[in-house]
Design a protein around this ligand. Structure first.
Ligand code: ZN
Length: 277
């Protein structure tokens, strides 16, 4: 990639609706163009007094099993796959109008959001966007998980998912260097996944109510419960989630990010640490 990067938005509004994976409730989402320097802004059309919520690190209110954003009286949940699709396709400015609180899970991946953005037509805007590069190694860790980010000329993500699984192996690893087209092809199709035992525990907490065999890849004691789209699909989905969480920086990241056993909370910690410099 050479020269200065341009901000991008979409040409016309496009809509989709479906169930939220955690709430199980229906929501309708309309993606529309956004002016330069506006970023990705969510609006709750179903709430009269709702403030707009910009997708940034400062509006993150919860990182358990997904990213929740809040501003004033407005809350939007499980935004990460939609935000990842926008970031992965280089869309910097977007309005997201929602009827409902939780972004639909659709097929559990970012593929349908990428297709929707492509349908809307992506266009360059008359303003540049400055990438952000860490000044040196940045490291965050919690429990047994850790993430290291090293300055690099392009975004590369290496993700290790420790599984300790008798059939699928000790760990799954995926390594992606981003360039135009790579996100849509190699990352976006990877679906949400979970251990079957964990899904039951989540349901007991009132989460994963909308999880089905169609939108989540189950991992049971004997392996995948349905055919995976790629052998390392869980590791690629973690990369998808990380792309969405790093998009909260509001600028493209130039770093090689190496993550082991991490999740949304640590992803957001890393982004905050990178901003602090
Ligand atoms: Zn995800």
């Amino acid at each position: 990639m050479t020269g200065s990067l341009r901000q991008r938005t979409i040409r016309r509004p496009v809509s989709v609706s479906g169930q939220g994976i955690h709430s199980g409730e229906d929501a309708e989402v309309t993606l529309g163009p956004g002016p330069i320097f506006s970023g990705i802004v969510f609006r709750r059309l179903d709430r009269a007094d709702a403030s707009p919520v910009r997708a940034t690190l400062s509006t993150v209110t919860d990182t358990r099993r997904g990213i929740t954003l809040g501003q004033g009286s407005s809350t939007v949940r499980t935004v990460e796959h939609l935000v990842a699709a926008a970031a992965g396709l280089g869309v910097s400015n977007l309005t997201v109008s929602m009827r409902g609180e939780e972004v639909p899970v659709l097929d559990g991946s970012a593929g349908p959001f990428c297709a929707l953005l492509d349908d809307a037509g992506i266009e360059e805007q008359d303003a540049a966007i400055e990438p952000i590069m860490p000044s040196g190694p940045v490291w965050v860790a919690a429990g047994g998980a850790s993430i290291l980010a090293l300055p690099a000329s392009a975004l590369r993500i290496t993700y290790v998912v420790p599984l300790g699984h008798p059939v699928l192996g000790a760990a799954l690893t995926a390594d992606v260097t981003f360039a135009p087209g790579v996100f849509a092809r190699d990352v976006a199709p990877a679906r949400t996944w979970g251990f079957t035992a964990e899904v039951e525990a989540l349901r007991a907490q009132g989460l994963a109510r909308g999880a089905t065999a169609e939108n989540a890849l189950g991992v049971g004691p004997n392996g995948y419960l349905s055919p995976p789209r790629m052998a390392d699909e869980p590791a690629r989905h973690k990369i998808l989630d990380l792309v969405g969480d790093l998009a909260l920086l509001g600028r493209p990241l130039r770093a090689h990010v190496i993550a082991m056993g991490a999740g949304h909370a640590l992803h957001v910690d890393l982004a905050r640490r990178i901003v602090r410099g």
